[in-house]
Write a protein that binds this ligand. Sequence first.
Ligand code: NDP
Length: 499
Amino acid sequence: MDQNLVPVLDEVNAFLRKEHGLLVDGASVAAAAGGRIEVRNPATGQVIASVADADAADVDTVVASAHRAFTSGAWSGLRPADRERILLKLADVLEAHAEELAQLETLNQGKSIHISRAIEVGAAIEYVRYMAGWATKITGETMDVSIPVPQGARYTAYTRREPVGVVAGIVPWNFPLMIAIWKLIPALAAGCTIVLKPSTETPLTALRLGELALEAGIPPGVVNVLTGRGSRAGQALASHPLVSKVTFTGSTEVGKTVGHAALDNMARFSLELGGKNPMLVFGDVDVDKAIQGAMMGGFLNQGQVCAAASRIYIHRSKFDQVVEGLAAAASSMTIGAGMDLNAQINPLVSARQQQSVCRYIDIARAEGARVLSGGQAADLPGYFVQPTVLSNVDHRSTVVREEIFGPVLVAMPFDSMDEAVHLANDTPYGLAASVWSNDLSLVMNVVPKIQAGTVWVNSHIPLDPNMPFGGHKQSGVGREFGRAALESFTELKSVCIAH
Ligand code: NDP
């Protein structure tokens, strides 16, 4: 046996063999029409499991479960301290199953087991503990008001934050467990109930999360899991009249559809969409640190990260050095399955994503780009693409304008701070950016000019549950993390008392 391959746990194999249904009212229920969706391992292309394929009738059943649980007060009526305690228990339960969850994610999504352990599961558990604490810190305000009628009347007003109701959490395939948790926990902390809709590509950890939520003591019906195709089950969920808030992460195109559907019902919505995130490397940087930052920011999770560094702008004085270093580092990366402890680049999530990324590389070639490393699918059975560095690209070219969502870095030179800022902002997106310089005055001048929800300085990608995350422009609406996330699952009620 290959010593570098992580042995699959018995409980993971047992979970893969199960006949997974929809999680409704705390029970696994088959889709009414009996449809199934095959789930594949991206490292091999083999089918490893199957899940229920829900249609609109199933969506009614699942949403009704969440609605009953909400109106019963079984969750929203608990003392905040009890919600907090149960969510902290959930964190412990997740921790007890950490390796199982990490393996399931790597087998289904393709990412490195190191990333599954540290981020998908490890960072997500920290997020659960952080967000659990918000359950007991929901506050309103009191206000003095000046209402003049009837003459001599006195009033006192205050606001309450109340749970918005049934939440639809629509989750993408790039960080399936972690993003499900980003949606689930603030919704629960606020007192809402939820229907989680994982991506068709990666439904497994959401189903396991639903089971573990029950084990932690969250009442049946509070957390429901709807597997099914986005265009059918997802669309029916986003437009369901009993859904009061839709929280979506995914492409800008689908995000707009989801936002329109929510608006038709006056449901609240938050959309965390794509990015085409610039990394600005100024002339005073340590070249090795900038190269490491671009490798981490660009190739983490094979570049399937909404905040990935994908446009690397480098001051002309350092351009050749940085680009040569990047190409050398990318060429030396070991390609292999996520369960291989030595592999540094793992498969993309699907054959469709692999084809999409290769198509972008072909377009770049046709538009005159130089391919400095990689440039094609790897000659392996799964959905691998070589880590690719492109230069000699025009700022207007397709690979500079569009989100690729794969292991492809595009490097371009700039000559001045103003030009760097202009190039960084000259995009429809505005999710994240990074500025690399030790010149304090330069950094403090550049940061306010960048149109992005997050700007890192001398790093690219780190997130923290206490730091709001979301986009400007076509990158979305609303913020996840921190108080902002919690409040997005509440309605603000004004109470006005005459006395
Ligand atoms: P989508 O935006 O299509 O999918 C995201 C989620 O939305 C999935 O759960 C999907 O379900 C669901 N969905 C799809 N269509 C609808 C619909 N009409 N109504 C409601 N829900 C729907 O992303 P893709 O998976 O197609 O990826 C395409 C591109 O999107 C990527 O190449 C990348 O550029 C970007 N993307 C951005 C992400 C981010 O983090 N911001 C994450 C993922 C992708 P299903 O999987 O069943 O179709």
